[in-house]
Ligand binder design. Structure first.
Ligand SMILES: Cc1ncc(COP(=O)(O)O)c(C=O)c1O
Length: 332
């Protein structure tokens, strides 16, 4: 067999030059990154890298969360941070800095990006230290923050509705579903499987045959007699968005648009018989599902409650001062 091209050995300058060359077009969506390993914020995408010996990379021993940046404000940052800290505790990852400092680093990174809209994702890892399994080798937890453009879903998903399929990918065991860890293999596979079937996303069914959640979003239903139903949160991720939506939906009960709101098990059969099915999360907001497997949901068109809840969400992002944290632009 002819010898393949020789693998180059790189000196430091050449390696850094190659890192620059490796920056691809999509990196235009990456605005700023904080790394506790580097000890600060960078805006050059060539430097937005992680050490391979970080346990997040080679063992998945890390947790993360994502909040949205809208109109220069971080929406529900403290609720997302609270879940992040809960995940860290469940994964036994100590904080590298006090909670208030983690929050300030997130705000400073957002401010450095100069962006008024986008996504803010942050990770806490057992940290660098070696390639073993036990985090006892780690020199200390690492913390990373990324400000990026985030996925914008096409308007047609809201006006025409989404198609979902029942996933054959096994749902995570309840403990692992409740920790927002970096182990998202099942979540990636549920989307892949759905796309292969010509659908937009998949639905995880739990160990007892009940509706669980979707890839990175929660699933709710509106019954034919106008009840809002959502599965309990003991074996799925407690979505920050859906918790807020369940709260905002009380206004629709007051107006008589909804009869009631109940968090309860939803069987696949009950779900399929619903008048409306909704996908809810920080990235998708509130989107109507019009087809589940081969069957239409309701009349096969986006329903009124999905639209009203999406409108309430937009209003909340725009004006709910107790849910918004100002980014300190110009102060970093
Ligand atoms: C598995 C899973 N379920 C639900 C959600 C929705 O959560 P949130 O509303 O906080 O985005 C997410 C997203 O974080 C998720 O990854």
């Amino acid at each position: 067999m002819p010898r393949a091209a020789k693998t180059p050995s790189l000196g430091t300058d050449e390696a850094i030059a190659n890192l620059r060359l490796a920056v691809h077009g999509k990196a235009a969506n990456f605005y700023a990154m904080y790394s506790s390993v580097m000890g600060g914020i960078v805006t050059d995408p060539a430097l937005m890298v992680l050490p391979l010996d970080d346990h997040m990379v080679h063992r998945g021993h890390a947790v993360f969360d994502t909040a949205i940046l809208a109109n220069g404000m971080l929406y529900q940052l403290d609720q997302h941070l609270e879940r992040f800290l809960r995940s860290a505790e469940m994964a036994h990852i100590p904080l590298p800095f006090p909670q208030e400092q983690l929050r300030q680093i997130i705000l400073d990174t957002a401010a450095t990006s100069g962006r008024r809209d986008g996504s803010v994702r942050y990770w806490l890892s057992a940290g660098p230290g070696g390639f073993g399994l036990a985090p006892t080798e780690c020199i200390g937890s690492s913390f990373y923050v990324m400000i990026f453009a985030g996925l914008i879903y096409p308007e047609s998903l809201y006006t025409q509705g989404m198609k979902v399929v029942t996933s054959t990918v096994p749902i995570k065991a309840p403990f692992f579903a409740r920790v927002k860890s970096t182990n998202y293999l099942p979540n990636v596979m549920v989307v892949l499987e759905a796309k292969e079937c010509g659908a937009d996303n998949g639905i995880f069914i739990d160990q007892s045959g009940m509706v669980g959640e979707s890839s990175n979003m929660n699933v709710a239903f509106v019954t034919k007699d106008r009840g809002l139903r959502h599965p309990p949160f003991d074996s799925i991720l407690s979505g920050i968005t859906v918790q807020r939506i369940l709260h905002l939906a009380r206004r629709l009960v007051e107006k008589g648009d909804l009869k009631d709101i109940v968090v309860t098990d939803v069987s696949v059969e009950q779900g399929r018989a619903a008048a409306e099915m909704l996908l809810i999360g920080s990235s998708i907001k509130v989107a109507p599902v019009v087809q589940w497997d081969d069957q239409p949901i309701g009349d096969g068109r986006p329903g009124p409650i999905a639209r009203k809840l999406l409108d309430l969400w937009h209003e909340d992002v725009r004006a709910a001062s107790d849910q918004l944290v100002r980014v300190p632009y110009g102060e970093v």
